[in-house]
Structure formats: structure tokens, C-alpha cells
Design a protein around this ligand. Structure first.
Ligand code: MG
Length: 233
């Protein structure tokens, strides 16, 4: 029996949030580097937190060694500031997310699936967002996060290695399914030979996403039965 490893993106795949991420990042950057770069209109979708901080600081003109030298500090500051700012923030689960995870939890119990996270968020931020909308994070057995690598393709490689370790042998790419909302999610899946399901719950329409050739596309996660079938190929 094939056991599928299903990795979920967080922002605009499982959770919608406005405002506080940018505000918390700006405060953390200012505290640690005295610079925020052009954070107000910077496109963050699909990027890792590591990449977002790095690109903003490079745009602010900081040299690479200065940026790298304090990254750990800015990650820590962001994780400290985010929960304070996010309190009372408008954050909600994307349509169908809770229902789909409930159904997949049964597959997990039957040993047919293992669920994970593959997100550009730093690990504590990813869990804080999911807890804020009442998603049971106990269902995710493994993950690759924004602190595991600078770009999403590296995170996908980390996810694949961790899946192989859980499985106890080298996992086949087609037994991994990545679920996300941006071309970055599609590209990182293709880089490790994984299948990829996208939803148009973020910045990109299904027409735009289809030009990157995802395995399947849905408007959101509400067609749960069809998504479960898509995961099982
Ligand atoms: Mg996303």
C-alpha cells in the first residue's frame, strides 16, 4: 500500500491574515538592522521568511555579510514580536481547510497518509497562525519551514529528506503531494518530482497557475472528496 506524504503551504492555502505580519516584520527589522527596506509594497507570496528579510535588506543597500550576520537575531525578534501584534488580528481559515484536514486525519490514522507543512514561515510563526484559526497542528507529523532554507526549493528538498526518514527508505517523488497557492509552490514540487495541487485562494487565478503546470487546480479546498482523490492520484 502506498503511503502518501502531503505537505501544506500555510498562507493563503490554509490561513488568511491581514496586516500584522508586515507590521511585525517591520518592527523586527528596525530593531535589529535599523532598516526595513521597501516592506509596504513588497510581494511576499510564496517566499520564505529568510528570503523576504534578505531581499528587503539588500534593497535597503545593506551588504550581504551584515545581513547574514544578524539573521538569527531578526528571526528571534520577529518570533517575539509577532504574537503580540497578531492578538485580535483578523485571521481566518481558508474555505474547506478544516474539513479537508479532518478527512485526511482519518487517512493518517489508517496509515495511508502522513501530513506535513511546507511553508516559508518560520516554524513558531507557522504554528501560531494555525493555532489562531483553531487548526489542530497535531495532525502534522513533519515539516520544512522558513528557517530551514532560504528558498522554497531547498525547503522541498528538506521535506523530501524528512519524509524519507519517516518512511525508513528513499521516498518516490510521486508519493509526495504539495498543496499551495503560488507558482513557487508548483516549482518547488516539480524540483523534487512531487505532485502539486494548487488553489486560487491567494494572489493568482487558476488560469495563471495552470501556466506553471500543476498536477491539479481547485478554486479552494472545499471540494474535499475530489482533493482526496487527487492526492491518491
Ligand atoms: Mg501561500
Amino acid at each position: 500500500m502506498t503511503r502518501y506524504f502531503v505537505f501544506f503551504d500555510v498562507d493563503e492555502t490554509l490561513v488568511y491574515q491581514k496586516g500584522s505580519v508586515r507590521a511585525a516584520m517591520a518592527l523586527a527589522l528596525h530593531q535589529v538592522y535599523g532598516e526595513t527596506g521597501p516592506i509596504d509594497d513588497f510581494v511576499m507570496d510564496g517566499k520564505t521568511d529568510w528570503q523576504i528579510f534578505g531581499e528587503l535588506l539588500a534593497l535597503a543597500g545593506l551588504p550581504q555579510d551584515v545581513i547574514s550576520g544578524k539573521l538569527k537575531q531578526v528571526f528571534d525578534a520577529y518570533c517575539r514580536i509577532y504574537p503580540q501584534i497578531a492578538q485580535g488580528d483578523s485571521i481566518e481559515a481558508c474555505p474547506g481547510a478544516a474539513q479537508l484536514l479532518d478527512i485526511l486525519a482519518k487517512e493518517v490514522q489508517e496509515g495511508k497518509m502522513t501530513l506535513g507543512l511546507l511553508t516559508g514561515n518560520l516554524e513558531p510563526i507557522a504554528y501560531a497562525k494555525l493555532h489562531a484559526v483553531g487548526i489542530d497542528t497535531g495532525v502534522f507529523e513533519l515539516g520544512a519551514f522558513g528557517n530551514d532554507g532560504r528558498d522554497r526549493i531547498t525547503l522541498a528538498q528538506v521535506a523530501r529528506e524528512r519524509a524519507s526518514r519517516v518512511l525508513g527508505s528513499e521516498i518516490q517523488g510521486e508519493d509526495i503531494v504539495i498543496i499551495g497557492d503560488t507558482p513557487h509552490d508548483i516549482r518547488c514540487a516539480q524540483a523534487i518530482g512531487a505532485r502539486v495541487i494548487v488553489t486560487s485562494t491567494g494572489r493568482y487565478s487558476l488560469t495563471e497557475l495552470r501556466t506553471y503546470q500543476p498536477t491539479f487546480g481547485f478554486p479552494d479546498l472545499t471540494p474535499v472528496e475530489a482533493i482526496v482523490r487527487a492526492i491518491k492520484g
